[in-house]
Design a protein around this ligand. Sequence first.
Ligand code: GLC
Length: 437
Amino acid sequence: MSGIPDHWKWFNEARFGLFVHWGPYAAYGRGEQVLFRERLDQRDYEARACRWNPQKFDATAWADVAKQAGMKYAVLTTRHHDGFCLWDSKFTDYTSAAQAPRRDFVREYVEAFRAAGLRVGLYYSMIDWRVPAAFEGPEHDPRGWAAFREYVHHQVRELLTHYGRIDVMWFDGAWPETSRQWGSHELVQTMRSLQPHLLINNRLGRDEDDPAGTGGQSRSLGDFSTPEHRIVEDPHRLWESCDVSTSRLWGYAKGERWRPADVLLDKLVECASKGGNLLLNVGPTGDGEFPSEFVAITDAIGKWMRLHGECISGSERGEVCEFITHGRQIRKGSNLYLVVRFWDGTGALTLAGLETTVTRAVLLTTGSELRFKQTTDHLAIEGLPEKSPTDLFPVIRLECDGPPKARPWAVDRLWKGDPRRMTAWAAQRGKTVWVGR
Ligand code: GLC
């Protein structure tokens, strides 16, 4: 994507961020939406939330995990749909500052992450499941809605006023109301005047003409789009795919099944190859710690990133030619990176369809230079180790004499594009169905 303003370039360079879903729900160990899903008694939930007092929360320890994983930014749930605020809000006492912990967790988070050199983002749920008007909506309870909406606007202003420079504002929970009903246009103006460099996501309420408006997402408002559990490029703006490191829920759940490091790394590589970011989630425990499984997974990814991170940060959109048999391709300047997901142990690898001249090939994983032969349609790389040099994905850096480009026939993949581009190739052996005629 061209034309990205300077103050947003960091986001397009970053590619990898940490999403943290944390609040009183963590103590239940049944995900972030336990209140609604299980139709819990509102008073009981509130009483328990007010007593919630995580003793092991250490923002510096969280920031260390993110940093060593190669993540460049983070987004923390300052308030999820249950309405509990992790900062010292003066518009409610349902906060970690006014209740048992007597701590402003948002302040601790922004300070620790900034100190670690990471950019900071704040997730804020527009809906609040404690408030009847939030369910009634503006049509059935116009006065209640107006008051609730004002509360939301006040809190957003508060978050962008008292915590220094915030890099990302990440909304959620706007469904099913429109961005007009939420006053999102005014809210965006206010946010821009408070923090002109801020990146704002697209979940600011659906557009008027888009009844489906999946998850309260707006096409017209927002600086980046947020496909969830999926990797979908947005041709018109920056994008970030958010996903769980577990199986389904975002908040801490007991008995989780964790996705292995290679599955998660592949998501990051896919985002990078398509020119977008991965915001990878963790749900810390009720006591405030990252589950040990997450620490082990991000540790493995971090080790990989230290050797291969140059192909992730600042990657450009679009694979060049066919590579599905071996893995994925990432483009960056005059380099084409081959991320080999499937190491076949043959010692050789052939890439078809690269037009640009390769000047040097390096196995990034070991730093060793590789032999290769390039003909019109094929690049044959030799001398690869039989055994994969890493448990995750080895990467080959092809240095080219210009930005890597595909041969005309290879621009489109199998079953796509104009089939006639392949006629001359088929005709190499003649025209009949008989052998050798
Ligand atoms: C979904 C979930 C919500 C979570 C969000 C993160 O909307 O319902 O709980 O916070 O995804 O993108």
